[in-house]
Design a protein around this ligand. Structure first.
Ligand code: ADP
Ligand code: MG
Length: 595
């Protein structure tokens, strides 16, 4: 009888495991640097070429390996970090599966050079697609150097899935940031295509955050420190003004391991709840230390998710740790002292300036010639307004009036909504959504006809970006210019913003640009700038418009309605919120039990 089931050869199983462990060049960097940290190094040098696609080289001054260990390290499930079941619940190292090196070696041209401290000679191993081709004596200094060349050279399907060198380098840059934040005591050098991206000496967490996330941000960080008995939470949180449009600046670690955990994230958001607008996320660097038995990190091979033994207790501890820090921070006290909520005085003056701008915008926006007799009509409206007369008006008949212009304006409600009458029905228009829609149409028109109107800034601003943002900026530089932003590289991850889209208020531009870069980073592999453009324009439109109350004159309402009639006004604002709601006469009658 023949069997159809067979045990797969090891080279093949390693390649299969590589599918899980090695998703992209950044995963290789992660595994190698984690090994270096586990080996107790005080310095790591990471070098990549072509986004890691051509070369990833990680050198450390850690423990090094003997020749036997070096050979063993390339065997599947070979690890020095755990020996039995119970060790799995007492992990103090970043690695434990013994899968990384064989997996990486199986999909690359792999060189390992290592020397154990105090040994006279080191070992060099060369492997190709998982099979060892050469073992020799090496003159490497104490520590380990691993070079991974031509990743995925023997797995064409994977090779195809790699993105541009800049995108892959961006992922590696982000990862390096996360690793560097996790171990401020270790010196780290990161080089990309021969250029130093960052070089940070061993220091404390605050200094490290400053050198990685930008000096401007570091000034707004406040310390977190809580001993919850079953564990501790330390780190820094940033003031809400530094918020981002995604969780890209959530640096959360459990027992030194970066995690992207739902429970942790939820708890942080809860602590910030009343301080952030919807869709905004804070900048935090939090270190949760718990006994290894309190948390299971063995949930996923990339180990980003964890399982807490007592989830609720952990959640509450994070909420109070972050909450305490926020309550004690000077900016919040200032806001409370001055008797304002989160929409403080400063915000009001900003929105006042915005009101002026939207007025200008509406003024400049009369592209269609005014209908004949409009002067008389405006004068009539002004007169009725001045006399405090009921603002319901009867418009002179005009042949080509659009829907909005033909509505009779009853008045404004809460300085946010325009109340109108359409025959017998009641129509409520959300001013903010309407303005947003107009801004969106204008941006879209300008963008499609070449570029968005741009305005030079008198005092150019410096922006400190993350590595991934820098990558997205470089990759989409042309498109960003077309959006009306003038940006120039200023060295490292610093950029100078010297022009902004005319439609936007300058004060918000840095934040909008961060958001746009975020959107660009999240693009799928096959998508391009063009696929993101609608979303980006909607975002810009949204930022260009006042959110709060805004008293409008009848002329302004009139101008607004004419703009709405001019555009392709599908009734929804770019974020899908309705611009208009209608209450039929019959439902109003019903409300009063007349129907
Ligand atoms: P794991 O880290 O899960 O143990 P790896 O495949 O990443 O598995 O590494 C296998 C073993 O090789 C490690 O347990 C460690 O003993 C050794 N090793 C790997 N990298 C280094 C390094 N940079 N310095 C010293 N030892 C290393
Ligand atoms: Mg490892």
């Amino acid at each position: 009888m023949s069997t159809r089931i067979r045990i797969l050869p090891e080279i093949l199983t390693n390649k299969i495991a590589a599918g899980e462990v090695v998703e992209r060049p950044a995963s290789v960097v992660k595994e190698l640097v984690e090994n270096s940290l586990d080996a107790g190094c005080s310095e790591v040098i990471v070098e990549i070429e072509s986004g890691g696609r051509r070369l990833i080289k990680v050198a450390d001054n850690g423990s090094g390996m003997s020749r036997e260990d070096a050979l063993l390290s390339l065997e599947r499930h070979a690890t020095s970090k755990i020996a039995n079941d119970s060790d799995l619940f007492r992990l103090s190292t970043l690695g434990f599966r013994g899968e990384a090196l064989p997996s990486i070696a199986s999909v690359s041209r792999f060189t390992l050079e290592t020397r154990e401290k105090g040994c006279v000679e080191g070992t060099g191993i060369y492997a190709e697609g998982g099979s060892i081709k050469e073992v020799k004596v090496s003159g490497v200094p104490d520590g380990t150097v691993i070079s991974v060349r031509n990743i995925f050279f023997n797995t064409p399907a994977r090779l195809k899935f790699m993105k541009s060198a800049e995108t892959e380098a961006g992922h590696i840059g982000d990862l390096m940031t996360r690793l560097a934040i996790s171990r401020p005591d270790v010196s780290i050098v990161y080089l990309n295509d021969g250029k130093t991206v960052f070089r940070v000496a061993g220091s404390d967490l605050k200094v490290r955050l400053a050198s990685l996330l930008g000096r401007s941000l570091a000034a707004d960080l406040y310390p977190v420190s809580l001993d919850a008995g079953f564990g501790s939470i330390t780190g820094f949180v940033a003031k809400p003004d530094c918020s981002r449009s995604s969780t890209s600046h959530f640096f959360t670690y459990i027992n030194g391991r970066f995690v992207r955990d739902r429970v942790v994230q939820h708890a942080v958001m809860q602590a910030y709840r009343s301080l952030l607008e919807r869709g905004r996320y804070p900048v935090v660097a939090l270190f949760i230390q718990v006994p290894a038995g309190e948390v299971d990190v063995n949930v996923h091979p990339t180990k980003h998710e964890v399982r807490f033994r007592e989830q609720g207790r952990m959640h509450d501890a994070i909420v109070s740790a972050v909450g305490n820090a926020l309550r004690e921070s000077p900016w919040l006290r200032r806001t409370i002292d001055s008797g304002h909520n989160s929409h403080g005085t400063k915000k009001l003056s900003v929105s006042e300036r915005k009101i002026e701008e939207v007025r200008d915008l509406l003024e400049n926006y009369k592209t269609s010639p005014l209908p004949s007799g409009s002067f008389a009509r405006d004068a009539h409206l002004e007169a009725s307004r001045a006399s405090g007369e009921v603002t319901r008006r009867t418009m002179p008949e005009e042949a080509d009036k659009g829907y909005f212009s033909s509505l009779s304006v009853i008045g404004q409600y809460n300085a946010r909504y325009i109340i109108c009458q359409d025959d017998a029905d009641l129509v409520i228009i959300d001013q903010h959504a309407a303005h947003e829609r107009i801004a969106f149409e204008r941006l879209k028109k300008e963008f499609n006809s070449g570029s968005v109107e741009s305005q030079a800034i008198m005092f150019p601003e410096t922006m400190d970006l993350s590595f991934r943002e820098t990558a997205a900026m470089r990759e989409n530089r042309h498109g960003i210019k077309q959006l009306g932003f003038g940006v120039e590289e200023f060295g490292g991850n610093s950029w100078v913003l010297n022009a902004v889209p005319g439609i936007l208020e300058k004060a918000d531009c840095g934040r909008i640009l961060h958001d746009i870069l975020e959107e660009l980073q999240n693009l799928g592999r096959s998508s391009s700038f063009a696929d993101a453009i609608e979303g980006i324009l909607a975002r810009m439109a949204c930022h260009s418009v006042i959110r709060g109350e805004q008293r409008l004159t009848l002329q302004e309402i009139d101008a607004l309605f004419r703009r709405m009639d001019d555009g392709d006004f599908s009734g929804n604002c770019p974020h899908g919120r309705p611009v208009l709601a209608k209450l039929a006469a019959s439902s109003i009658e019903k409300m009063f039990k007349r129907g």
